[in-house]
Ligand binder design. Sequence first.
Ligand SMILES: Cc1ncc(COP(=O)(O)O)c(C=O)c1O
Length: 328
Amino acid sequence: MALLHDHLPGLTLEHLPLGSTPTPVRRLEADLVPGVEVWLKDESRFGDGGWGGNKVRKLEWIIPEAHRRGVRTLFTVGGIGTHWGLAAALYGREHGLRTLLGLVDQPIDDHVREQLARLQASGAELHRYRDQRRLKLAAPWLVARTTLRDRRMPWYLPAGGSNPFGATAYVDAALEIAGQVRAGLLPEPASVVTAVGSGGTAAGLALGLRLAGLRTRVFGVVVNDSFPLDAPVIVGLANRTADLLRERGASIDLGPLESVNVTMRTDWLGQTYGDPTPASMEAVAAAERDQLLLEPVYTGKSLAAMRDVGGRSEMPEPILWLNTHGPR
Ligand SMILES: Cc1ncc(COP(=O)(O)O)c(C=O)c1O
């Protein structure tokens, strides 16, 4: 049983535990964001096999739903360094599902090169395209081929696994945070900061923090320019997630979330998704000096954002920062 089942009696959505909870929280070293009270929730530890981080939490809800639907193949998309695609491939395989991946080129650095090698070894079926337009054109053919083979349609999951099932994971994680606050392990955060690549993490947190009765605001550091990830988009996904939970038996006595409940900022994105900006590289290097392993595409940018505006009115302290990277 997930925390969500305790909090929302009647919820029939199935949950497959893939990691140990709660993920630890601790005060961040003072030199990383000088003069600002920042707490770290270490999501990098989540995931008992293969690959860790925030994507694995999403699969805890997606894999059981795939089985419930009788799906044989998950079809999803991402950049050639997609963490999400790799997690889907590894955990899907462990739980009897094939993964079909449509990959789009992105700026290549050592981390992306490593990721691509892992994807190639993951057992997923990979199809690589120069841009999103070409992937979109090829998608019907990929779906038709897979349907013929499986005698069943693959289940299409958007980039990052950010549908309402994936976002449910971070509703659950928000309840976990509330439990850690109640247990005195950290103060009630004024802001929770996360990198935003496809929105499921931020949307789930926004809904979960409200369900948990915390006043914490979500500050999303948007790192992807391939599709809109502004506050209305995030809040829209949070509201669709609440609808899913209601459809599956939960009684949720909340009005719809409004865009004013979350802040989404693109200031640290750089030129495009995957652009390793100087601020992000500097943040990764600073973290490394404190034995904290980040990467420049997501977590480096979220640390860079805190170094710039942490403690100001748009990102009040105490801050809880999610380290969503899952190196294995
Ligand atoms: C390391 C890391 N952090 C953060 C994110 C962003 O999460 P979301 O896609 O839910 O916005 C991702 C997404 O893949 C990720 O790989």
